[in-house]
Design a protein around this ligand. Sequence first.
Ligand code: GDP
Ligand code: MN
Length: 380
Amino acid sequence: MDLYEYQGKELFSRYGIAVSEGRLATSPEEARAAAEELGGPVVVKAQVLTGGRGKAGGIKLAEGPDEAQASARHILGLDIRGHVVRRLWIERASDIAREYYLSITFDRGEKKALLMFTTEGGIDIEEVAATKPEALVRLHVDPLEGFQPWQARRLVYGGAVDDAGEQKQIADIVGRLYQAFVDCDAMLCEINPLIVTPEGEVRALDSKFTVDDNALFRHADIAEMRDPESYPREERAAREKGVTYVKLDGEVGILGNGAGLVMSTLDVIALAGGRPANFCDLGGGGDAEGVVDALEVITADPQVKSILFNIFGGITRCDEVARGILTALDRMTIAHPIVVRLDGTNAEEGRRLLTEAAPPNLHVEPTMLDAARKAVELAR
Ligand code: GDP
Ligand code: MN
């Protein structure tokens, strides 16, 4: 789960990392009031779950309340790479002497947290990594040893920060960021830019904070930060019903049991010359309830032209799934053509049930490839 900048900054401050004082606003009037309260120049910042807001016009300096209100009016509703701005963060403007970069990510290859630091901050880190790799200092943290203070010093010296005050503050921030990363079960904690003010104070001017979805159950306070509006409508509906759903760009809606099977179904659809509209995993279930939920989610997507059920019966038997499908189709009307491929435990029984009782828009196919071809053909 990705957090908004202001939410990440709230977590930063809990761990003692310096950030600028600010207020959340959802209207130009609130932005004005926030600027009045903060006093002096402020920055009006679009809160969207994507980077590069500055370049997209989502970040504006404002001298005072009037300008803050005008900028807010301009930025609210702006579409930044598919993310519509609904929230603004208004914070006290900072004077910037230098912009650095600091991050912690989870390096799956090494199975360790990876610290990265460079004094070439502010801009895209990918660009620094590509054009000036020597400027990017990288260091892994062994999860059993934990973070050691010498590692922060190595980052700072490696990045050639020569001011002693800066070295001390940055090293301190690295330790605090690591603590936040581990405590919050984060996958990414990034500060870009980490600024140095003309007075020599080091502060986080931006935040990217991603928390492992699988750990949210033990972070109720962070789970509550989720903004349902930041997800597409069908994804929201799927989440509410507990269906695993991923939106894709094609025309065949896919429903399977088990992530592995669903993913190979995507490949077979491509092999048959079609494109999947989405990815829906029934998991272990195949009861009518689960099928209705999944069908509701799939058919809410206007791009779907045909639906492919790909079921491999194991513990969940094919006859159960077939009954689930039939009950679901009794309860709801589906205009789309539906293709079903059943294999595994009690597959024959399942196919017989379907062929005997199914409505005319339901087609039973014996193999995955036949089913995919049929679904692609019916989507044309
Ligand atoms: P991003 O573009 O989404 O990464 O948003 P950032 O929060 O990193 O802001 C982009 C850039 O805007 C920063 O690199 C700064 O150069 C500038 N900026 C943001 N806040 C301030 C501020 O308080 N004062 C000044 N002078 N510039 C700022
Ligand atoms: Mn940034």
